[in-house]
Design a protein around this ligand. Structure first.
Ligand code: GLA
Length: 384
């Protein structure tokens, strides 16, 4: 039975009628970490992993949603507002319903069933996959439509203003614009983008630390506030610059000299990481995988030391990968403080990498890492 038929059957059991099926993918980010919310550059690629939402309209103004992953059903009214957020998984669903209506969409009540194979909180963008698939499903049952960019922005707004995580646009953009087997280089200031083919003879391996440290959410918002402080400082000192991503090396040094040590390090990460995105895109485009790999290692070092969003478990996985033959580069991905690493490796060495990751990570941490060899997929949308 196909995945869609299987979901339809489970939806029939839940709601007693057939539904429409929406899908949205998770993503890896090749490089460009913690650059999106200051209007910089990112280089994500969408995965075949993702989240499905099956939906059928109701006659009242309620949304009843079953999350198969959470084994829970929640009900909320369509006119829900951010003040009613519960700090639970269903906020992502209610937040999307709220943000769609804020964007002028006339929604109908709906029964929703959600199933996902993106591990939650792992840095593979489980939240955006959920939001974007719910958005497609709610729009479809209401007979409404929005452009992919509008959907991405609505979902970001849901997460920022309803859920309370001040994420950038990268994840929602990747889930709405992904192209199979290609990485998107997105300019988060104006949403312009271009894409490049991923290398054919190499694999991207995701390794999950299986930890998510409690400070992740709060520290993410702190980093975002710091980047806003840096932008305001730049505007005062170099008014002709509109965003941190545009600073030259000389300007960065000049700004750093007037900043406290922590903010200076944050600035060095943001400027360096934006530069690495441009270099990585050029490396992809010209097939220079060795350079791409070096950029991944450099990105990890910067996230660890200057941006301070890594953790012991992520560093261990990157170090293990770095010692395996055929590995070109590795780094943490996503918000940090746990979640996953990404390793670029020659295809013939993948099995050695998987074995080494398992053996050495168990030895160092007592935990078994989950690993995944990336398969890539396209943009989210309606499947049936
Ligand atoms: C999370 C956010 C993204 C981005 C990354 C860090 O995944 O959702 O917007 O900021 O962290 O690069």
């Amino acid at each position: 039975m196909s995945r869609t038929d299987d979901l339809q059957q489970r939806f029939q059991a839940f709601a007693g009628r057939p539904g429409r099926v929406a899908f949205a993918p998770g993503r890896i980010n090749l490089i460009g970490e913690h650059t999106d919310y200051s209007g910089g550059f990112v280089l994500p690629a969408s995965l075949a992993l993702g989240t499905w939402t099956v939906a059928a309209a109701r006659d009242d103004r309620k949304v009843r949603v079953l999350s198969e992953g959470q084994h829970e059903t929640e009900v909320f009214a369509l006119d829900i507002a951010p003040a009613a957020a519960t700090k639970r998984w269903s906020d992502y669903v209610a937040g999307v319903a709220w943000a769609l209506q804020q964007a002028g969409c006339k929604l109908r009540g709906a029964d929703l069933l959600i199933a996902s194979d993106v591990p939650m909180g792992s840095g593979l963008s489980s939240s955006a996959a959920l939001e974007v698939s719910v958005a497609h499903a709610l729009l479809a049952v209401a007979g409404a439509s929005l452009s992919p960019l509008q959907i991405a922005r609505v979902c970001q707004r849901a997460e920022n203003e309803f859920v309370g995580a001040r994420c950038g646009i990268m994840d929602q953009f990747a889930a709405t614009h992904g192209e199979s087997g290609r990485a998107l280089m997105l300019d988060c200031a104006d949403y312009s983008w271009k894409s490049a083919q991923l290398p054919a003879k190499h694999c991207w391996v995701v390794a999950n630390t299986m930890v998510r440290h409690a400070l992740a959410h709060g520290e993410y918002n702190v980093r975002r506030a710091e980047s806003e402080e840096l932008t305001a400082y730049m505007h005062r000192r170099i008014p002709q610059r509109t965003r941190l991503a545009e600073l030259s090396i000389a300007e960065t040094k000049e700004l750093m000299s007037g900043l406290p040590a922590t903010l200076a390090s944050r600035l060095r990460h943001i400027v360096g990481e934006n530069r690495r995105v441009h270099e990585a895109y050029a490396a992809l485009d010209s097939g220079n995988v060795a350079l791409l790999g070096q950029l991944l290692f450099a990105s990890h070092g910067s996230l660890r030391t200057d941006y301070e969003v890594s953790c012991r478990e992520l560093d261990i996985l990157v170090d293990i990968a770095g010692a395996v033959p055929g590995v070109l580069g590795a780094r943490m991905i996503g918000g940090g403080f746990g979640g996953c690493t990404l390793t670029l490796i020659e295809a013939q060495h993948v099995e050695t990498l998987l074995a080494q990751l398992r053996l050495n990570y168990v030895q160092s941490t007592g935990r078994e890492p989950a690993t995944y060899i990336c398969e890539f997929g396209g943009a989210g949308g309606m499947l049936a």
